[in-house]
Design a protein around this ligand. Sequence first.
Ligand code: ADP
Ligand code: TMP
Length: 241
Amino acid sequence: MKKLKLISTGKSKSLYTTDHHSQLVMEFRNDISAFNAVKLDNLAGKGQVNNDINTYLMNFLTQQGIKTHLIERVGPQDVIVKSLKMIPLEAVVRNYAAGSLCKRYGIAQGLALQPPLFEFFLKNDALGDPILRDEHILSFGFATEQDMDEIKKTSLLINDLLVPLFKQAGFWLVDFKLEFGRDNEGKLVLADELSPDGCRIWDATTQEIFDKDRFRQDLGLVIEHYQAVAKRLGIEASASS
Ligand code: ADP
Ligand code: TMP
């Protein structure tokens, strides 16, 4: 399927129209950013390994009955997805304390969170993606009570499916961010990506970091660690061309 018109260039992915009105090509670029685009770089191989991991995880979730936007991978960095009306919220699930949670509440990094913690954030870079309470979401009209319930339930179900998958590969899935949209029948669909860019993934024994925190914290060997995630999950690397 041909990429026709570029419709959006985000921080790490681009979207193109196709000759099918309800399908887009999502291109995983090699760009990487942190701290709301204050820190930027371009890392060879990132688009490809994220496409590898995202395709594998989205296909796995589809097999488990989750509706995802993924239709077909069509190139090392390209995937065809269902065009959705995006909900401007970020759904975060946490199994261990890290990142902004530790900063906000003074919780020790690595504390096991039982039950897993669900949080909504507003998808708005200019405002630094502030955390939202359900009351904000309702009063601002960002989503209905029903939407919020469905997003929370689906996110926690995805967590229940992904945690054992990562555990088998010797990882803790510390936390991750999801985005959802509605298709033209109004159904809730998992969108965007599932990759080390939007997750925290630690070695289960040593707690070594394998995700974008390597870039945020200048730990080096970012792509090598992303590729190790793919390898340990049993994902075959796509041909690079
Ligand atoms: P950002 O800079 O917003 O993080 P990205 O570089 O990740 O953006 O680009 C992806 C953009 O595409 C995001 O704005 C995301 O919400 C949007 N998106 C993801 N999946 C879909 C979809 N299926 N349909 C429409 N938009 C989508
Ligand atoms: P946080 O600790 O910064 O709140 O992030 C929690 C998880 O969600 C972490 O895996 C990174 C991911 N995340 C994104 O990918 N994009 C975002 O805009 C936010 C707020 C979080």
